[in-house]
Design a protein around this ligand. Structure first.
Ligand SMILES: NC(=O)c1ccc[n+]([C@@H]2O[C@H](COP(=O)([O-])OP(=O)(O)OC[C@H]3O[C@@H](n4cnc5c(N)ncnc54)[C@H](OP(=O)(O)O)[C@@H]3O)[C@@H](O)[C@H]2O)c1
Length: 247
């Protein structure tokens, strides 16, 4: 029986991905800060699901993640889904710090722990996956720390891919980059262009994990948009009104 560990599975994409893998009969280890939704999912699939309360910004997070992996009886696939993000044009220090602590420091702590697990268990399936964002393609004025943190995450995954090769490890890495999806992460007061539903996005994410895609932009419309964004030179990009409007 295959085993997946998902950090950031108490709501949104992480929870829906956990439900999808459990429905396929996988054993699923889930983690986040809020215990109630984790316990609820565990109670619905007691034979398949293990959970652990983890705050990824806490220095104890790596050892708690190892405990969850042990409770699951090992791990074939790791998915880092936990993340926070807010528009912050005032550059409020508290928001910037929280975003960077979670999406960079916490992110690195979790993917490093998974990497080291796979290094010690070379005979497994060994897939390390993370949800980053199309926001990492360019610096976004309305969400400086969020867009920069997602660029950090994608670059970190590339670094781990090279490190795996240098270390002679068999490890596949998947960088999942969604566009806007209607989850708690988004501000309901704003209008988001090309907004996707969780029901539309999650099967595409699950497929990308199963097919071991290296980079998966979710969905195809966003893939095309990212190709266009990449072509825009910086002097034009900084003049571009990349801003959501109020509903
Ligand atoms: N929705 C979008 O439009 C969109 C687009 C691109 C990328 N993404 C990325 O997709 C991922 C999932 O987000 P979502 O849209 O599903 O939003 P969400 O519903 O807010 O889910 C975020 C998850 O991260 C967990 N989390 C946040 N801080 C944490 C911490 N310090 N320690 C442990 N877990 C933490 C939350 O659990 P607790 O609060 O219980 O800890 C929750 O399970 C994020 O990385 C996000 O950046 C989302």
């Amino acid at each position: 029986m295959k085993r997946i560990v998902i950090v950031g599975a108490s709501s949104g994409l992480g929870r829906a991905i956990a439900e999808s893998f459990a429905s396929k009969g996988w054993r699923v280890g889930i983690a986040a800060r809020r215990e109630e939704p984790l316990a609820l999912l565990q109670s619905r699939c007691p034979d398949l699901v293990e959970y652990k309360v983890i705050d990824i910004t806490d220095p104890a997070a790596p050892s708690l993640l190892n405990e969850l992996i042990d409770a699951l009886g090992g791990m074939d696939v790791f998915l880092q889904a936990a993340g926070v993000g807010k528009q912050n044009p005032e550059l409020t220090d508290e928001i910037e710090r929280k975003t960077l602590m979670t999406n960079c420091v916490g992110f690195a702590a979790m993917v490093d722990t998974a990497f080291n697990y796979f290094k010690k268990h070379p005979d497994g399936d060994n897939r390390l996956c993370a949800i980053t964002s199309v926001a990492g393609t360019k610096g976004l004025g309305m969400a400086a720390s969020y867009s920069a943190s997602k660029r950090f995450d994608s670059t970190y995954l590339t670094a781990l891919e090279q490190l795996a090769r240098l270390s002679g490890m068999k490890l596949s890495i998947t960088d999942i980059r969604p566009g806007f999806i209607a989850t708690d992460l988004l501000n309901p007061a704003n209008h988001y262009p090309m907004l996707m539903t969780v029901e539309h996005a999650v099967p595409l994410i699950v497929k990308a994990i199963e097919k071991r895609r290296r980079v998966a932009v979710i969905d195809r419309r966003w893939w095309w948009l990212v190709q266009v964004w990449k072509l825009i030179p910086r002097f034009l990009w900084v003049r571009f009104p990349a801003k959501t409007r109020k509903e």
